[in-house]
Design a protein around this ligand. Structure first.
Ligand code: FAD
Length: 354
């Protein structure tokens, strides 16, 4: 991507106006769960896959820098905003495909990403809801990236397909779920993924699950700037009633998590980090609470959440800079006092030095 001066960027935005409704200096905080951050220099909403493809073809021709906004539930946008084109992705559709028989005895990528200690260190206990969800016949389902995750979960469950129940209660879109390979209990979203279609150099390209390099809170999209159009999932024909009950119970437990946040701020510790600091478990919430004594710590309008220290909440008058400074302070203390480098789960956008 070429770095363009402001005048050239605006000339290019003007060219988009022929086919798209471009808004300028658009406030973004209403599109984020943290309700923080400044404005988008230019802003477009896409609602159909045709618009999505046409927009990214133009972006490629013009060499424009852009940012894709899903549900805004894993984002910290700077108070000075985003000096590029922000695309609000609302391309939402679910298409049921053929039934396939698989030769493997496991779901794709099953159990390879997080250890049991890791997921048990989470905020809520889900161990009692965990079970193997597998069938060797599966239904292929194509879901477009702007679809709200909860809608995808509800509709696939209504169609007696399981695999997504573990992510019930997580906000955001399918695009965001792919970007960070969301996790629920012991499961990762990637376990259901067959392929992902992305826009690359103005063309729709299908990437296999292996090419996406999924990991714990990681996918290839962290490294390569790609726009996800859709995902092909292989969902199970395994005890749909149990899957439905699991989704309902999961959602009930998750509603106590604060919505005025980005979810967990930091990734839980690796076993090596915990061992080197002499900590008994991998929970970052435990570390911030009992070792750093920062539960409830306030910085201007934001605060380490009173009920779990791996959340930062906006008390209503917070600024993105407050979150930025509080995260920096927690990281500095973890480094100085324990020698641990904490890693953020959320994405920074519009900051110079994040
Ligand atoms: C209360 C609460 C609970 C949460 N619980 C969990 C949890 O249990 N597990 C978990 O893993 N996460 C959790 N999260 C974090 C968050 O919900 C997930 O990461 C979610 O998948 C983000 O999706 P989004 O659409 O909101 O993405 P956004 O926040 O809008 O964007 C996040 C990143 O994804 C990129 N992106 C979005 N769409 C596309 C696309 N189409 N193509 C390319 N890139 C794209 C964006 O550019 C950005 O870099 C929680 C958050 C909250 C607020």
């Amino acid at each position: 991507m070429i770095i363009m001066d402001k005048e050239t960027r605006f000339e290019n935005y003007k060219l988009l106006e022929k086919d798209f409704s471009v808004e300028y200096d658009k406030p973004l905080l209403q599109f984020t769960t943290w309700r923080l951050g400044g404005n988008a220099e230019a802003f477009v909403i896409v609602k159909t896959s045709e618009q999505f493809i046409a927009l990214f073809t133009l972006i490629d021709q013009l060499n424009l820098d852009y940012f894709i906004l899903g549900g805004g539930s894993n984002l910290l946008i700077s108070d000075t905003g985003i000096k590029k084109l922000v695309i609000k992705n609302e391309v939402s559709d679910i298409v049921f495909g053929d039934v396939v028989k698989v030769s493997s005895e496991k779901n794709i990528g099953e159990n390879v990403l997080r250890t049991e200690e890791h997921w048990k260190a989470g905020f809520l206990t889900f161990s009692d809801l965990d079970y193997d969800d597998f069938s060797d016949t599966k239904t292929r389902v194509i879901i477009y990236s702007g679809t709200i995750l909860q809608k995808a979960i509800n509709i696939t469950l209504e169609n007696k397909l399981s695999g997504l129940q573990w992510f019930s209660g997580i906000p955001g879109t399918i695009g965001g779920a792919i970007y960070n390979n969301i996790h629920g209990g012991s499961k990762h979203f990637s376990e259901n993924v067959e392929w992902v279609e992305v826009l690359k150099n103005g063309k729709v390209v299908r990437l296999s699950v292996d090419e996406l390099k999924f990991g714990y809170d990681y996918s290839l999209l962290h490294k390569e700037k790609l726009a996800v159009l859709s995902v092909g999932l292989l969902l199970n024909h395994f005890d749909p009633e149990k899957a439905k009950k699991t989704a309902i119970e999961w959602t009930k437990r998750k509603v106590i998590q604060p919505r005025n946040s980005c979810g967990s701020v930091f990734k839980n510790l690796t076993q090596e980090q915990a061992d080197s600091a002499g900590l008994k478990n991998l929970s970052v919430g435990f570390l911030i609470d009992t070792v750093l004594n920062m539960k409830g710590y306030k910085l201007n309008g934001v605060q380490v959440y009173e009920s779990h220290a791996n959340f930062i909440v906006n008390n209503g008058n917070g600024k993105a800079q407050d979150v930025f400074d509080l995260v920096k302070l927690i990281k500095q203390r973890a480094k100085d006092e324990l020698g641990i480098d904490l890693v953020e789960e959320f994405v920074y956008i519009g900051f110079q030095d994040a």
